[in-house]
Design a protein around this ligand. Structure first.
Ligand code: HDE
Length: 702
C-alpha cells in the first residue's frame, strides 16, 4: 500500500518530478508493447488522451485537481455502469441465431414468419434462472426462462417462455406475491436463488393452484444439464388469425434436437461450487466450437370447440394440453450460432415483451398473460431508463419502422421534417396506419357475465393435472420428485408449513404424500385440506417424462480424461478419437495445468487442473494412468472425489487398471457402467446415457 505523504519522514526531500509518461510508460510505449495499430484513446467527446495511468496532480505529491476532466469523465461513467437488474430472470445468458420455417401455417395465420417457408428470421434468445440475482449461480433448482426475440419482417415477435409449460399462479394479481415469496427473505437477505425456504413453501401451502407447477419444479426439469438440452414453452394459449379473420388457438413449443438432459440433484448442488457459470460456459463453448444448438419449433393448434371439450380450462396457465390430446406439429427450427459481442449491450439490455407480436398472432384471455402484456414494457422503462429503449440495437426491429413518437431520454435518432403528428396535409411522406397491413385484434364475441374481480369456476381444479403429471412419470422420476420435496421441505423451519404442504400432496397422490411425510420424519399424516373440486384421474401423459425420452447420444457432450505423467499416448489417442467420432469433445484433466509427459515422451497440455475441474462438469469420465500414478492419486482427495462423484452421478467411467486403486479408495464398486478404456465401443454406448440402475445403490431416494 502506498504511504501517505504525512507518514513520510519530514526530512525526506521530494524527488524531482517525473512526468506521468516517464513513470508508467506513455500510451505510445504501451501500444508498442501490445503490437498492432491501435487508435488513439479519447474521451467520450473525442478529445485525445495522452496519459491513461495518472490523474492530474497539483504537485507531484500534492492533491488531485478538480480540473482533471479526463478523470472525472472516466469515474463518472464507471459509477453509472450498472442498470437495475431484472426483478426476476436477472441471471441470464443469450445467443444470436435464426429461425427457419419448414411448414406454412397460411391456413391459420397471416403472420409472414409463420407462412414463408425457408425464410431465415434472425433471433436473439436469452435463457435465465428466475429467482437469483444477476451474480448468482447457473445451476440452482429453478425454472429456466426461455425467451426468443424473432426479428420478423413485420416487427419483433417475442416468445417469452419458460422451460416448463405451466405456471405457479392463475392471475397476474398474485405475481408480486409469488416473486416476493420465492426470492431471498427480506429481513435476512437469503437464501439466494433457491425455493428451499419458509416463505416460498408458505405461499405454496396457502395457494393450492401452485401445486401443478410445484410438481414440475421438483422434477429434474429444473436441474437441466445444459441450456442446449432444455425444452421451451410459450405457456399461455395465443391465437393465430388468418386472412378471413378466423382464430385458432395455439401453444408454442421448442424441442431441443439434442434431447432433454438433466443432472441428478447431488450433481447440481456440487456444480454450484465447481462452476458458477456452468450453463453459460457450456453454451459459449458449444457455439465457439461450431456445435450450434438447435430446437424444433412446434405448435399445438385447437379451436374454441376443441377447447370446450378439454377437461380443464386452457385459459388457466396452471394447465397444460397433453400432446396425447392435441399433438404437436413441428413447423420450423431455431439454430443459435453466434455469441453476442458484448454481454451488457446485448444480453443485459435486451428487452422482451409478450405483447410484441406481428399481425396474424393475437392474445388469449388468460389472465396471467393479460397482466404480462402490461408488465414488460413498464419494467423496461425503469430498467433501461426511458421510452427509447427500442432504439438499443438488440431491441431495434430489423424491418422498416416509422411513427410519430418523438423525443424523450436518450433519443438516438434525428427525425427530419416539420410534421410530427398525424393526420397532416403538409408533407407527402409521413407514415399512416394501414387497415390492409396493420395489426388487427381478433373480434372476439363478448363473454356473458358481469364485471367483477372473479376467478372463473373452470379454474377451480388445482390438483388433477398435478396428479396427472406426477403419475405420468417413470418410477425413478417419481422418486426424484419425492426426494426433492423432502429436501426442500427439510429446509423449511416452520413446522405448520411443512404439514400444510404434505396435506395438499395427498390430493396429488397419497403414496407421494406418505413418502414425503416419511422422509420428513412426520409421526402422523396431516389432514387433507378441503378441495374446491374433487381431483380427477385424467389420462396419463407419458410424453411428460424425460428419462425415457433422453436421446442416447454423445453428440455435443463432453468427456473428462484424467491423465498423469507416463499415461499411454496410444490409449489417450484411441479414446479421444472414439469420443470425437461420437460427436463429443474430450477435455484433458491433469494434476497440473501445464500438462503431463506421456509414455512416448510427448507433452500433453491439460484443459483443466484436477482440483479445479471436478467430474461434475463432464458427462462421462475416463482415466488413463500408469499404475504408480494411480497409487499416488489414490491419496489425493480431488482424484478420489472425481471418481466417487462420477459414480454417484450415474456417469459412465472408463477406468484403466492404474485407476483401480483410486476407485477402491473412493469405495466405488465397479458395475456395468465402469469399463476398460480400451473397450471404446462399450464406453461410448454407456456414456450416451446415465447408469440409472446404479441409483438405488448410491443413494436412498424418498
Ligand atoms: Fe415474466 N417478467 N412475468 N414470466 N419473464 C419478466 O421482464 C411478469 C411469466 C419470463 O430474458 C420481467 O424484462 C409478470 C410467465 C422470462 O429478459 C417482468 C408475470 C413466464 C423473463 C416480468 C410474469 C415468464 C421474464 C422482469 C405474471 C413464462 C426474462 C424483467 C403476470 C411464460 C426475459 C423483464 C429476459 C421477465 C413480469 C410471468 C417468462 C417484471 C407480471 C408465466 C423468460 O416484466
Amino acid at each position: 500500500m502506498a504511504k501517505s505523504p504525512a507518514s513520510r519522514p519530514s526530512a525526506a526531500k521530494p524527488r524531482p518530478s517525473r512526468t506521468a509518461a516517464e513513470q508508467r510508460g506513455s500510451g505510445d510505449e504501451l501500444q508498442q508493447q501490445a503490437g498492432g495499430d491501435h487508435p488513439v484513446m479519447t474521451t467520450q467527446l473525442g478529445i485525445p488522451i495522452a496519459d491513461n495511468q495518472n490523474s492530474l496532480r497539483g504537485t507531484p505529491r500534492g492533491p488531485t485537481l478538480l480540473e482533471d476532466f479526463i478523470l472525472r469523465e472516466k469515474i463518472t461513467h464507471f459509477d453509472h455502469e450498472r442498470i437495475p437488474e431484472r426483478i426476476v430472470h436477472a441471471r441470464g445468458t443469450a445467443a444470436h441465431g435464426h429461425f427457419e420455417l419448414t411448414e406454412s401455417l397460411a391456413k391459420y395465420t397471416t403472420a409472414r414468419v409463420l407462412t414463408e417457408v425457408g425464410v431465415k428470421t434472425p433471433v436473439f434468445t436469452r435463457f435465465s434462472t428466475v429467482a437469483g440475482g444477476a451474480g448468482s449461480v447457473d445451476t440452482p433448482r429453478d425454472v429456466r426462462g426461455f425467451a426468443v426475440k424473432l426479428y420478423t419482417q413485420e416487427g419483433n415477435w417475442d416468445i417469452v417462455g419458460n422451460n416448463i409449460p405451466v405456471f405457479f399462479i392463475q392471475d397476474a394479481m398474485k405475481f408480486p406475491d409469488l416473486v416476493h415469496a420465492v426470492k431471498m427473505e427480506p429481513d435476512r437477505g437469503y437464501p439466494q436463488a433457491g425455493s428451499a425456504h419458509d416463505t416460498f413453501w408458505d405461499f405454496v401451502s396457502l395457494m393450492p393452484e401452485t401445486l401443478h407447477m410445484v410438481m414440475w419444479a421438483m422434477s429434474d426439469r429444473t436441474i437441466p444439464r445444459s441450456l442446449r438440452t432444455m425444452e421451451g414453452f410459450g405457456v399461455h394459449s395465443f391465437r393465430l388469425i388468418n386472412a378471413k379473420g378466423q382464430s385458432t388457438f395455439v401453444k408454442f413449443h421448442w424441442r431441443p434436437r439434442l434431447g432433454i438432459q438433466s443432472t441428478v440433484w447431488d450433481e447440481a448442488v456440487k456444480l454450484q461450487a465447481a462452476d458458477n457459470d456452468f450453463h453459460r460456459r457450456d453454451l459459449f463453448e458449444a457455439i465457439e466450437a461450431g456445435n450450434y444448438p438447435e430446437w424444433d419449433f412446434a405448435v399445438q393448434l385447437f379451436t374454441e370447440d376443441d377447447a370446450a371439450k378439454f377437461p380443464f380450462d386452457h385459459l388457466d396457465p396452471t394447465k397444460l394440453i397433453p400432446e396425447e390430446l392435441v399433438p404437436l406439429r413441428t413447423i420450423g427450427r431455431m439454430v443459435l450460432d453466434r455469441w453476442p459481442d458484448n454481454f451488457f449491450a446485448e444480453t443485459e439490455q435486451v428487452a422482451y415483451c409478450p405483447a410484441n407480436v406481428p399481425p396474424g398472432i393475437d392474445f388469449s384471455n388468460d389472465p396471467l398473460l393479460q397482466g404480462r402484456l402490461f408488465s414488460y414494457l413498464d419494467t423496461q422503462l425503469s430498467r433501461l431508463g426511458g421510452p427509447n429503449f427500442a432504439q438499443i440495437p438488440v431491441n431495434a426491429p430489423q424491418c422498416p419502422f416509422h411513427n410519430m413518437q418523438r423525443d424523450g431520454h436518450m433519443q438516438m435518432g434525428i427525425p427530419k421534417g416539420r410534421v410530427n403528428y398525424e393526420p397532416s396535409s403538409l408533407q407527402g411522406d409521413t407514415p399512416c396506419a394501414s387497415q390492409a397491413q396493420g395489426f388487427r385484434h381478433f373480434a372476439e364475441p363478448a363473454d356473458e357475465g358481469a364485471k367483477g374481480r372473479v376467478r372463473p369456476e373452470s379454474f377451480a381444479d388445482h390438483y388433477s393435472q398435478a396428479r396427472m403429471f406426477f403419475r405420468s412419470q417413470s418410477e425413478l422420476e417419481q422418486s426424484h420428485i419425492a426426494s426433492a420435496l423432502v429436501f426442500e421441505l427439510s429446509k423449511v423451519a416452520t413446522e405448520h408449513v411443512r404439514t400444510a404442504v404434505v396435506g395438499h400432496l395427498q390430493h396429488v397422490d397419497s403414496a407421494l404424500a406418505q413418502r414425503v411425510a416419511d422422509g420428513l420424519g412426520m409421526e402422523a399424516m396431516p389432514p387433507k385440506p378441503p378441495a374446491a373440486v374433487k381431483p380427477q384421474d385424467l389420462p396419463l401423459s407419458p410424453a411428460l417424462r424425460i428419462i425415457d425420452r433422453m436421446l442416447p447420444t454423445l453428440q455435443g457432450r463432453c468427456v473428462g480424461l484424467l491423465v498423469d505423467d507416463g499415461s499411454s499416448a496410444k490409449s489417450v489417442a484411441a479414446l479421444r478419437k472414439a469420443v470425437e467420432k461420437a460427436g463429443a469433445t474430450v477435455k484433458i484433466v491433469a494434476p497440473k495445468v501445464g500438462g503431463v509427459v506421456l509414455d512416448d515422451g510427448s507433452r500433453l497440455p491439460a484443459d483443466g487442473q484436477l482440483a479445479g475441474t471436478p467430474s461434475t462438469v463432464f458427462d462421462a469420465v475416463a482415466s488413463i494412468l500408469a499404475p504408480a500414478m494411480g497409487q499416488k492419486l489414490a491419496r489425493e482427495a480431488a482424484a478420489v472425489d472425481w471418481f466417487r462423484d462420477a459414480f454417484g452421478h450415474l456417469k459412465a467411467i472408463a477406468a484403466c487398471q492404474g485407476t483401480r486403486a483410486i476407485l477402491q479408495a473412493g469405495g466405488v464398486e465397479p458395475d456395468a457402467g465402469v469399463l476398460d478404456p480400451k473397450d471404446t465401443k462399450a464406453f461410448i454406448a454407456a456414456a450416451q446415457t446415465r447408469q440409472w440402475d446404479r441409483e438405488p445403490k448410491v443413494r436412498t431416494l424418498a
